[in-house]
Design a protein around this ligand. Structure first.
Ligand code: FO1
Length: 330
């Protein structure tokens, strides 16, 4: 009997949420497990906010704001306005409906649940059929060192609008952390592993920094495909190009392939970059990663589904290779 299909996705927030939304329409949602970055988490107004878990949960529940790419569709900000009048900081804005999620998570954590347990309870209440796992139950904080000093991720990204030039990134607490229950199991049991088009340094980087996860990817029997968030030497959104440079990688799809080269089988790159492929090969694009070009820009609901299909079909060959290893020439 064929094993049950299990697709495991590593994801950050914005681009990852769109990708997972498409994927959940292309394959049965219950076959998807998403391992989510929590390095962006912060304590805000006394609440535990986990932006990437929020975005993935809202995306799978059909509630994610299409306009902002974070928070709840159609949300209002009356509480934030009132908070500003009371002198609370409001550079990080929590919507009125969004507040309920942070209140629920904070209460669940306060009652002794782990972040993984709290997340499972919240997505179940949202009616989400996929599994959503934090990368770890422990606190890990992504910190960006810049010419203007060291900032946590939200200070760098939201408060400073990623204006300061990043010099380096670290994940405080990662070395002492361990993968959340279910994470290593989801990598070992998957039939396909997909890395969402998320920032390789600050969204996927924290996940890979948790001891055991990178090793589990290298050892995973499933083929692994990553979708590049870089097109034409720039990030589709956000500061990925500057962060890639700070981490010593080219701000391009070949840089993404290099960042993941120790475990990646296929890189899904944008067709607009196909013209660089020969040049990259000549320059020694020798990561051993197969590159599959398609349209990676998710501007509409059908384009999200199309990208998910392209990522899955790119693994067809690699899946066959995995099934009959002997048939593959070295
Ligand atoms: N992004 C912003 O640019 N400004 C905000 O005020 C903001 C608030 C916010 C609240 C909850 C949440 O889940 C996400 C929020 N985001 C906000 C998005 C988020 O900070 C980033 O997009 C991710 O951290 C990047 O993955």
């Amino acid at each position: 009997m064929l094993p049950e299909l299990m697709i495991t996705v590593l994801s950050g927030g914005t681009g990852g949420a769109k990708f997972v939304q498409g994927l959940s329409r292309v394959v049965p949602a219950e076959d998807i497990t998403v391992i989510v970055n929590t390095g962006d988490d912060l304590e805000w107004w006394g609440l535990h906010v986990s932006p990437d878990l929020d975005s993935i949960s809202y995306a799978l529940a059909g509630q994610l704001s299409r306009e902002r790419g974070w928070g709840v569709e159609g949300d209002s900000f009356h509480c934030a306005e009132a908070a500003a009048r009371l002198g609370l900081p409001t550079w990080f804005r929590l919507g009125d409906r969004d507040l309920a999620l942070h209140l629920a998570r904070t209460q669940l954590l306060g009652s002794g649940r782990s972040l993984g347990e709290a997340t499972a309870e919240i997505v179940a209440r949202f009616g989400v059929r996929s599994s959503v796992l934090p990368m770890t139950n422990q606190r890990v904080e992504t910190r960006v060192s810049t010419a203007a000093g060291e900032l946590n991720f939200q200070e760098y990204f939201v408060r400073e609008h990623y204006a300061p030039t990043p010099l380096g990134v670290c994940f405080a607490g990662a070395e002492q952390a361990s993968p959340a229950p279910g994470v290593l199991e989801a990598l070992a049991a998957a039939q396909a592993i997909l890395i969402a088009p998320s920032n390789p340094i600050t969204s996927i980087g924290p996940i890979l920094a948790i001891p055991g996860i990178r090793h589990a990817l290298r050892a995973a029997p499933a083929p692994i495909a990553a979708v590049s968030p870089m097109v034409g030497g720039a990030a589709v959104s956000g500061p990925a190009a500057a962060l890639m440079r700070a981490a010593g990688f080219a701000p391009s799809y070949s840089g993404v392939a290099s960042a993941y080269s120790d475990f990646l089988d296929v890189l899904i790159a944008d067709y607009r970059d196909a013209k660089w492929h020969d040049q990259n090969a000549a320059l020694g694009f020798s990561t051993g990663v197969r590159v599959h070009f398609c349209d990676t820009i998710m501007t509409s609901e059908p384009s999200k589904d199309e990208l998910a299909r392209a990522a899955l079909s790119s693994l067809g060959g690699a899946l066959d290779k995995f099934c009959s290893r002997e048939a593959v020439s070295p």
